[in-house]
Structure formats: structure tokens, C-alpha cells
Design a protein around this ligand. Sequence first.
Ligand SMILES: Cc1cc2nc3c(=O)[nH]c(=O)nc-3n(C[C@H](O)[C@H](O)[C@H](O)COP(=O)(O)OP(=O)(O)OC[C@H]3O[C@@H](n4cnc5c(N)ncnc54)[C@H](O)[C@@H]3O)c2cc1C
Length: 485
Amino acid sequence: MSFTRALVAISACKVFQTMSPLVLPGQVFLPNSSVYNESVNSYFAAFEREVVPECIIKPNSSADVSVIMTASVAANTKLAVRGGGHTMWAGAANLQGGATVDLRNIKGVVLSNDNTTVSVGAGETWGSVYEKLIPLGLMVAGGRMLDVGVAGLTLGGGLSYFTGKVGFVADTVTNFEIVLASGQVVNANKDTNTDLFAALKGGSNNFGIVTKIDYPVFAHKYMWGGMSAFQAPSEPELFKAFTDFATAPTGDVDAQVILSVGFDTSIGVELSVASQYYTKQVEVITPPPSLAPFSAIQPQVFSSLRSDTILGFVAEQNAYNVPGARQLFFSATFKPDAALQQQIVEKWRDIIEPLKTAEGLAIYLVFQTLTKEMLQKSAASGANSFGLDTADGPIVSLLINPVWKSQADDSRIIAALTELVAAVDTLATAAGKYSKYRYLNYSFGTQNPIDGYGEASKANLKAVSKKYDPTQFFQSNVPGGFKLS
Ligand SMILES: Cc1cc2nc3c(=O)[nH]c(=O)nc-3n(C[C@H](O)[C@H](O)[C@H](O)COP(=O)(O)OP(=O)(O)OC[C@H]3O[C@@H](n4cnc5c(N)ncnc54)[C@H](O)[C@@H]3O)c2cc1C
């Protein structure tokens, strides 16, 4: 089938409906069909569910994606690319009035014969990967929530339970299969299309539609960890323990702590939770020394520290993340400093005070360290796009996560949280602890995480984009996600 490039953009859905009986049979879905409704209502957050695409296309294979790409470029149509649908802001992976390519039918979690690599279809979630690997005593470095998409998480970086040992999830990838705007299906790995391979590690949806990703697999059966919860008076001790962990001269590569401070109007008090994880395959009877300072802090509201499988820990976190809510992620970064962390929490307290009248409001600050060991491992794993120098580390990724009920509160909550991000940057700059890096997967649509990679990385990403997408289709016709301009 050949297409002549249209001079003006036409409806992608009309193009695909015309083609559908021949080349995409049963893969184009219009509003009010059950498949369309399921797709729209399966986005994680309300904002993406409220976007109304003209149609949803559900390819089954990279060959189908190739047909979609060729036709879209020829007809100059606009597309959205959707994986697990967990980005929260409207339009990241959905397109108002356009065609949304829902990749969830691109399946497959296939182990290599020697059990060293798993090849995962771009429509899979981390839950499916773990279901396949855990019964075999195997594991990959992947997401810490079941329904998060494999491809979206990896293309934005990917923070796993194993960051200290492997760097970002993207750093572990051995091959990306990707459909370019030309419709060509190519591989990117350490020997083939090496510039594209590096660009995809952090470069998100700017180069093509990824259809399959290969990850190394390792033996792993159980780990230790869980949550310890505290009230506000414990904050100074928690921030000291967090900063000591982040700046330890020799970091424990098997350990991880995710510290959250939150206010939930339904319980009316602030709570801090230290989620601690230790992945080494040894029997843990008492907390490992690197994490012991957290469980030593008293009093505690509750504690769930235990040995368990990864699935057990992921399920514990899943219970706190209810799909369909109005919620967003915002990202900031600073260098570890307990006093600065306290100032940030105080600023957060001031800024959220007037928001407490919003129905169902909960607002969390989630601190995670990108340790120097993680950054060293990331750098040693080969080129990527994050623009992070080992000398930049350690750094703390701050995820700000508001949840609320009513659309009427959208604009004041978004304005307040945008103000909070700016205030964090100001406080960090004043303390000499500012970092321009923004974790892409935690960034809001108005933030620009690719600028945070630095000028050299951004220039390289643009060059790779021009090489593999000469007509710049993914810059002009795939408006969702974080673009290179
Ligand atoms: C409850 C929850 C838990 C989370 N836990 C973690 C965690 O443990 N670690 C972590 O690092 N992050 C985590 N995140 C953040 C998560 O990594 C991002 O939201 C990520 O973008 C989700 O990917 P997705 O495929 O589900 O999302 P989508 O919204 O479908 O996609 C995200 C972006 O990637 C693009 N994209 C998706 N698939 C492809 C593809 N095949 N080819 C090209 N572009 C594609 C989309 O166009 C979109 O711009 C979590 C998020 C939530 C909501």
C-alpha cells in the first residue's frame, strides 16, 4: 500500500477507518464502543480519562505499528502513543480529538532459553513481568507498582528496588525494538544504532514507537523491607537519617529508602513514612545497618517491616494508589541536606494551608536519593540521555503528589504546587544545593525535564531525532509527552 503525503493534516481516524478492514482489521475503535470506553477509563489518573480522542487504535504487533506510522506520516495526521497510561497530566499519552495508539495489545514476556534475558512487549505492565519471573526465582529491575507500563517507565528512566546496583531501569536494557516514522522496524542496542540506543534511555517518545524491550534477568527470591510511619515531631530525626543515608561515604547498594511526608484531609494529621527496602539475598533478622537508623526512630504509628517477595511489597504500595482520582506529579531535585529538607516541608505546610478546604485533598512530598553509587553504575552502563555526571551526586528527587476530588479545585491546586516547585528551587539555590535535573517520569506537563538533562544532552537528542525522524514527525505530530524543542 502506498500513500502520498497530504498537504494538510486530515483526521487520522478517517484514514485508519478506511484502511481498517484491509490492514488493521478490528483495531480501530470509535467513541461509545466498549473497547474505546475501556481504553479511556483505564488511564491511571482522571486528567487523562477526561481527554476524548476521536478514535483509539490498538495494534497487535510491530507490523501493525509500522502500518500506522506509514499512513500517519503520509496523511500528516496527529497521534498519541499510550503504554500503561500512568502519566497523570492530560495529553501525555492521549489526544483530544485525535487518534490515540493504545499499545496494550502488544504482548509478550518471553524468557531466553538460558534464562538470562526477558523480552517484553511494549504493551505489558510490570505486574505481568513479575508474574512470569517470580515463580522461576527470577527478577528484573523494574517498576515498583503492578500496573505501570514497562515502556513508559523505561523510556523516562525508571526507578526500581535495585537502583543502587543497576542505575536506572533504562541503563539495564539490552535492546529496544522501535518503529520509526518511516515505518521501518529497527533494533537499537550496544552494537546497532548505538546513538538511538543512548537517546531512548531518557528520551521518551521522541524517536518512534517502541514495540519490544529486552532486559537482563537475575536470580532473586525475596527481600526485606516495608513501611515505618511517624508523626510530625519525628521529622528532624527522619531528615537526618535520610541525609546520612544519602551521603554515606560508602553507600549500601542493596538498600533504598523512600521518605514521604503527607497530609490527608480524611485523617486530618500529617504522617511521615519511611519505606525501606533491602534486596540482598540473605536472611534479615534485624534491619541492615544502613537502614537501622529509620526503624530506631520512636514513636512509630505503624510498621510493616518484614521479609517478603517483591510482589508483596509492590502490592503494599499498590493499595495506596487508587486509580481514577484527580492527581498529578510534579518534580524537583536538590542535593541532600537535612536543614533544606525541613525548610521545604515548612514551605509545603504554608502553601497547602489554604488548599485544605478542597474536597478529598491529600498532598505528599516523596523524597528518594539518586545515590552516588547509582549514578556511577548508570554512567558505567553506557551512554544515556540523563545528563547526570557522577560528580553531581548524590541528589534527591522530590516528587510532589497532590490528590483531590473536584474539578473546581484544579486551577488553585496546580497554581499552588507550581509555586511550591519554584520555592523548592529558590530554597535549594540559597542553600547551594540546587540541581536542574528533573526526573521525567515524575514531571508535570509544564515542566521541562529534557532541559534538565543539560544543553549537551539536549543537543544530542535533537541530532538523533533529526537522523532517525528526518521529517520531525514525533516533534510536530505527536504532541503528547516531553518534546525536544
Ligand atoms: C502509581 C504509580 C506508580 C509509579 N511507580 C514508579 C516506579 O516505581 N518507578 C518509576 O520510575 N516510576 C514510577 N511511576 C512513574 C511512571 O514511570 C511514569 O508514569 C511512566 O510514564 C508510566 O509509563 P506508562 O507506560 O504507564 O505511561 P503512559 O502514560 O502510557 O506513557 C508515558 C509516556 O511514554 C510514552 N510511551 C509509552 N509507551 C511508549 C512506547 N512504547 N513507545 C514510545 N513512547 C511510549 C507515552 O507517549 C507517554 O508520553 C509511577 C507512576 C504511578 C502513577
